[in-house]
Design a protein around this ligand. Structure first.
Ligand SMILES: [Zn+2]
Length: 282
């Protein structure tokens, strides 16, 4: 056995996997050095399923949230209370997620999405939980909402980031980390962004969910692939895998308030920080 690498996966939908898949998925994640994984809820039921998994499996933590694609009705007092009681029900809840806006043509009514997003930002702030958010075809509206609701007070991460440097810097300016996933392996613009953004603002994820449309089961994205993303980021930045792992894991463990994982990492800052400094004033 080598010294365990410690990676964290900021965003998955493992509740969507068949229960019999779970032991294999988790064993492969452990083998890749993944020490903690967030399962994000997309509906109230899915949130309950994520919570159950997080209580059963040492590796898993839960996010409470209604996904914008599931935002078919407003968060009224009754729904808010359910979300709040789920979020308070266990220390395994580490974030409000998956929330956000999605403006694909097939997405729910934008006004309802906006109300659902804002209600959940308020919940996150009231519980002092970070927000891991989704944004598709809706970046300006998402950033405006984050600023209006002062979501930076709790911070969080922009999940499955695929944008350019300007977008990344705006997310950082709002108080959020950039969460990189497997698209980093293939999108040149994203690779440029990853080179430009300091490691101090990056976390890693996989967004793992069953992918029956892929021809082979072994090509489905799983939390083990967070290692592949880390390797690619190290290559792009000219850093060691160790440094990328340490910094991104420290970022995520700090965000999710998982001190046990932060303390497993070396206390000393990495020697050579890549990327240009970010100007807080800009
Ligand atoms: Zn997701």
């Amino acid at each position: 056995m080598t010294t365990p690498r410690l990676l964290g996966d900021a965003h998955t939908h493992l509740d969507q996997y068949a229960p019999e898949e779970m032991p294999g998925v988790l064993a492969r994640a452990r083998e890749a050095g993944v020490g903690f994984i967030v399962c994000a809820g997309t509906t109230l039921d899915s949130t309950r399923a994520c919570l159950k998994l997080a209580q059963e499996q040492e590796l898993l933590y839960a996010g409470v949230g209604i996904h914008p694609m599931e935002a078919h009705q407003q968060v009224d007092d009754a729904i808010y209370e359910v979300l709040e009681s789920l979020a308070r029900s266990s220390p395994r809840v580490v974030c409000i997620s998956e929330i956000g806006l999605d403006f694909l043509p097939s997405s729910p009514d934008h006004e309802i999405q906006d109300q659902v997003f804002r209600a959940q930002i308020r919940l996150a702030k009231s519980l002092k939980l970070p927000i891991i958010f989704h944004s598709r075809e809706s970046h300006p509206e998402v950033f405006r909402t984050l600023r209006e609701e002062q979501a930076g007070e709790v911070g969080g991460a922009m999940h499955y980031f695929q944008g350019g440097e300007t977008t990344a810097r705006e997310a950082i300016d709002c108080g959020f980390f950039i969460s990189l996933a497997r698209p980093l392996l293939r999108l040149p613009e994203l690779q440029e962004t990853a080179r430009a953004i300091p490691l101090e603002h990056i976390v890693l994820e996989t967004d793992a969910a069953p992918q029956p449309f892929k021809k082979y089961r072994h090509s489905w994205t799983e939390p083990r692939h967070v290692l592949t993303v880390a390797e690619k980021l190290a290559e792009l930045k000219g850093l060691s895998l160790d440094e990328v792992t340490q910094v991104t894991t420290r970022n995520l463990a700090g965000l999710l308030k998982l001190p046990a994982f932060s303390s497993q990492l070396s206390a000393s800052p990495p020697p050579n920080n890549s990327g240009r400094g970010l100007n807080a004033e800009s």
